[in-house]
Design a protein around this ligand. Sequence first.
Ligand code: B12
Ligand code: SF4
Length: 546
Amino acid sequence: MNKSIGSKAVLIYPEFDTQDTFWSYSKSLQMYAPLGEHGLPKRLLPPLGLMGLYNYLKPFYEQLCLVDRNVDPRPIAEIIDGADHVFMGGMLAQEKHLLADAVDVKKLGKILIVGGTAISPESPLNEVADYLLENEAEGVIAELLQDLKAGLTKKYYKGGFVQPEHFFQPDYAAINLQNYVHMAVQISRGCPENCEFCDIPMRFGKAYRVTPWEQTAASFRQMKQLGWTGQVFVVDDNFIANPRKAVEVAKNLYKIGEDIGYHHPKYTELTLRLADESIVMNDLRYWFRKANFINGFYGVETPNTASLRETKKLQNLRGERSLVEKLKFISEQTGAGVMMGMIYGFDHDTNESVDEFIEFVNATNAPIVMAGLLNALPCTDLMTRLKKQGRMTQATSGNNSDGIINFIPYHFSAQQAEQNYLRILNAIYAPQAYFERVMRHLQLIDPALQSHYRSGNKSATYLVKILTKKYAWIYWRFLPKALHIAKARCGFNTPGYVAILAEYFSLCGQFTHFRSQITVQKRNIANRVYQDWQRRSWQELNKAVE
Ligand code: B12
Ligand code: SF4
């Protein structure tokens, strides 16, 4: 059957609206990564969703290209020249650029199809795009293409959760790998937990859907064939959503590494259940290490037990160990580093709990901490509750680290929340506090997990950049301690020694990025004008009404 519906399609990943986000790592990447092919700084990760769509669309067009506007500055007219169809998609944090590009595409008379996590029935793209696809593309794209061919299209297509056999296989050859610092692969979707603030269970379902094995193996094989030996982010929503199946996943990852002759260094997102005392978690910790996970990002959220209960993050309260002990235990057992997602602004948080928050973070072995003010996202129980209570004040920017709270907090005002947030950032990224966490991290990680790829980091240029630019005096100050740890743990100039030092310098680069984020926050907060209601807590506002 002839599948063709056009001669050329262009897939566009819009620019992020701001580089002032935690995960952009924009400042650090400029320090230790060479520029990409178009002379722009490299980005952390490629547009995985579009790489899958690209592969799927191949039989439908004679010519296809994928353009990531974050690394490719060409004008839109040049990018879409000769295209019959333009596909664009991304997350809320790209919405402004998505919209601007969409307007340009339409001015140039092209047919525009948009999708991704930015799309909902309220999206401003409704006014501009020809077709909007909500949810996983796998569930709706065939219908749209059929309708396009038959000339019977509708404006809005809504997909559901697809079976994993239908997950798109990303084509890594669709991008230039040299434009990115890490690669990405998705093994599972969905999470069965009930965290009130999280949109994942509603967006991607509670069931743990695992990509068929051969597909994951093909992804790693293709990356290897294309010469990729760097880190790979396993972008699963919660890698241990189903612990028994996760053991199988980790075992299979190990087997893939054996088969292709290379164990890519990996990191992923998961919960503190990994610290549970159970046979299955014990197995999982073992296979996590074998599969060469060098880092994990844990949703720790808050040390405030009442807030954890409020937000239904009950998995953090399991067992006898404290949160600090759990994080240390995970690193001891797996050799992997720990990164934390933290949130301030729950109804049980107060002005006083700021100190508890800071003390907690600074007692851990996690150098990298994404701290954000609580925000109510669409598709969450939190938003439903706050709407019912009449506390929502604005839509979210999609950037949970921009220091803006989008509802009226319970015990303190929105203005106070922002001040408290700044206080938290300043304290957890104070040089002494941060580098103490770095040193604990360097003591605990297994350098053997990193040494084979860290030793490939030959460039001395990035070291010069780190040790001569802003904050260099801080990096020099803590360097003797890092050298001491590297030597004491691995001996002088061994692969382990090099790995520990490379990790130290990389964390110096991250420090520069986090400090720059604080400067931005400070500036934003100083320029903000608050109305009277923004100076009052929900409690105060309610009392005033009574
Ligand atoms: C990997 C990832 C990242 C990477 C980004 C990689 C990149 N190149 O963009 C990194 C780590 C850099 C990142 C950063 C951020 N992220 Co992020 N990230 C993810 C994560 C974990 C996985 C995304 C992914 O690759 N999924 C796998 C692919 C296959 O799925 P997909 O991209 O969603 O594509 C599917 C559909 O959406 C759809 N689709 C996508 N595009 C298109 C286009 C068309 C035309 C069609 C038809 C369909 C379609 O079909 C695809 C196949 O099913 C998601 C969580 C999640 N499960 O979505 C969060 C997520 C997307 N991130 C989020 C956030 C908030 C952020 C940050 C703002 C956090 C911060 N404060 O720093 C930053 C902003 C980025 C920046 N400035 O750098 C939110 C977005 C919320 C929203 N509704 O938009 C999510 C959903 C997590 C969450 N629940 O909070 N992130
Ligand atoms: S925050 Fe993590 S554990 Fe909680 S529901 Fe979302 S993905 Fe699952």
